[in-house]
Design a protein around this ligand. Sequence first.
Ligand code: FAD
Length: 445
Amino acid sequence: MLRVAVVGSGPSGCYTAQTLVQQDPEVSVDVLDRLPCPYGLVRYGVAPDHEKIKSLQGSLRTVLEHERVRFLGGVLVGGGPGGLPVERLRELYHAVVYCVGAAADRRLGIPGEELPGSWSATDFVAWYSAHPDAADAGFLRGVRSAVVIGVGNVAVDVTRMLVRGAPELRPTDMPQAALDTLTASGITEVHMVGRRGPSQARFTTKELRELGALPGTEVRVDPADLALDPADPAALPAVPRRNLEVLRGWAARPSADAARRIALRFFLRPVELLADAGRVGAVRFERTAPDGRGGVTGTGRFVDVPAQLVLRSVGYRGAPPDGLPFDAPSGTVPNAAGRVVREGDLSPGEYVAGWIKRGPTGVIGTNRPCAKETVTSLLADAPELLRRPVPEDPVPALRAAGIEPVPWAGWLAIERAEADLGARLGRGVVKLADWDALLTAARST
Ligand SMILES: Cc1cc2nc3c(=O)[nH]c(=O)nc-3n(C[C@H](O)[C@H](O)[C@H](O)COP(=O)(O)OP(=O)(O)OC[C@H]3O[C@@H](n4cnc5c(N)ncnc54)[C@H](O)[C@@H]3O)c2cc1C
């Protein structure tokens, strides 16, 4: 029996486990995750009001309930306190596939970025998604106007969450504290700002359109911002073309009298976060113009946008476990068709899939072919990998290292506790938001 550890239970980990057991009847898979809860960013990233995408958890669940797949939560892989070193993990399995994602945020690298009130969108998403590492940082305290820097789908998500009201948020599984804070917030204005033009924005049309359908919220677009880049092809690809149609529709609409406003702004490059009484008070932008090569250039004209909250959503980067090679510029683990490359050589028995393999791009489904490629490499190597003896069951070795894994039954107990909490609050399922509550529920089996 080929024994494989998959590190990470997000989409790429689950698709890797699924492909392994589908393609080889002689393989068993342990899916390890540092959290006691599975599903990675499907649980802790996908916006709570996107229930259809959230429901993908159902198909990932089927994978983790397969008879030759075992979920072991609460297992941190890598150096540091409480972590299992990658060298030790490697001894316990014939092969290890790292599917650890790329959830660290990219920085802007401008003055004022560290001011209170300036956060990465990752921090904000983690908070409303009940990630146990997230704290209530007082994101919305005293906030009337927010700036979201970035024009991708995550920027759209956080913009939408900032203006959603109680009737739409209450049915979600959002933790109660986040629900209370969001619905009581005094925010009236969110500026979502891109450095380049609308044809280069990365959001998709469905997500963009949703902003125009939010109750009590008006979307404003300045027609002057909708200039095309001379470097754009005459016939734009479908997504930017449709995005522009939506934006032009909004730009042409007369202004309405709504309680909240979303301003979509382009050709503005953040240059500094300005302080007001010790926290962020405004963002200074330089106006940009297309440089004719698909980029932008500064114009020397500046504009300040008042904001007591700034969310930076300018991309993600990998932060793999200590002990794995890392290519900092791409934020990925060097690999050849999923085989980890250490100092130019293939490293036997070590693989990667998902965001840590190819970078933070694509939709959830993109991780499926990515995982398949890795599994193809792994199964081709299997005869060689099987030569090395490994323990029948690695759990005793984990315990000896001071790690007590949360089994699938522990996760099911968390699910029950979340359903009970929701029932007590008169809501549906409500997520547990801290380590203590999760582990207490998990150990209550
Ligand atoms: C905010 C946000 C919203 C998104 N919304 C959508 C959407 O609506 N639709 C869509 O198609 N895509 C969406 N995506 C993209 C989608 O989530 C990713 O494509 C997908 O989650 C990547 O899968 P992954 O398995 O590589 O990483 P992840 O989903 O990040 O999973 C990685 C897993 O590894 C675990 N892990 C990390 N380090 C360790 C370690 N050292 N030891 C043990 N375990 C570890 C983590 O706990 C996590 O469970 C969104 C992404 C973000 C960031």
